[in-house]
Design a protein around this ligand. Sequence first.
Ligand code: SF4
Length: 315
Amino acid sequence: MSEQATYRHPEKRNRPDNPIQRKPKWIRVKAPTSPEYHKVRELMRGLNLTTVCEEAACPNIGECWSKKHATMMIMGDTCTRACAFCNVATGQPNPLDPLEPTNVALAVGSLGLNHVVITSVDRDDLADGGAAHFADVVTQIRAAAPATTIEILTPDFKEKPNALDCFEAAPPDVFNHNLETVPRLYPSIRPGARYFTSLNLLFEAKQRMPGLFTKSGLMVGLGETREEVLQVMDDMRSAQVDFLTIGQYLQPTAKHAAIDRFVTPDEFEAYASIARGKGFLLAASSPLTRSSYHAGDDFAKLREAREAQLKSAAE
Ligand code: SF4
């Protein structure tokens, strides 16, 4: 972590302390110990790459890395936003690393992945929000590992009207952007973002690149109501989102937003079933679901679901 990464944005610094609640038994996970976990760690360090798995203190890291599934976070470890749920450091980021696209592609090739997820910090300081750099990463992975399918989990590119142009020449297989929470909670949870900017990004991505899958995710347990979650599902379907993920919000530190409640496994299952009824090709909803959790297996399911849909439309 760079020295700049320890800077705390005033929005984060001035937040009141929120005591961290004890997790229910369905949330607890084992500490990472497998040899594969350590190999992935060394590879990332050796290539100077950052992962959201570590930066976000993801509870699934032991499971994911033991399967060599790591989500690389590009464009540095310092974000220009200060979302109340996110553990990534906020501050003035370093300039982009021109070697990063090549190094990410090398890591994907070394890990021998069928499917990779690439995400990034928000880079409001860059004229295109980092879209061209993101697209370069996609291009380099395609060249180094042509059999690997690519999922990108992007920022909202707010006030960067040409950002999506960059991806038209380098489309990913999955375009993922998380709405994160219900619109009522945006001012406190995602103050730098706008709900309809995010929704529109997903819609635009699908309009411009109809062959790709679009995906979005929600955290629950932040104080949203069930009706609000169902309304977000409807909004996502209006934006033609294919795949919905829903997981429990976990509070990273006392300076982050407090957990309102732990949503039960049965409630998560009910959300998945409602989402399927609303027409999502796929819905993953469980306490430990994260955007990139089981992303490779889910991509195979998405493909199957689309093929089945096309087949039934042709009959
Ligand atoms: S769920 Fe995603 S962020 Fe968490 S460890 Fe797995 S790949 Fe990393």
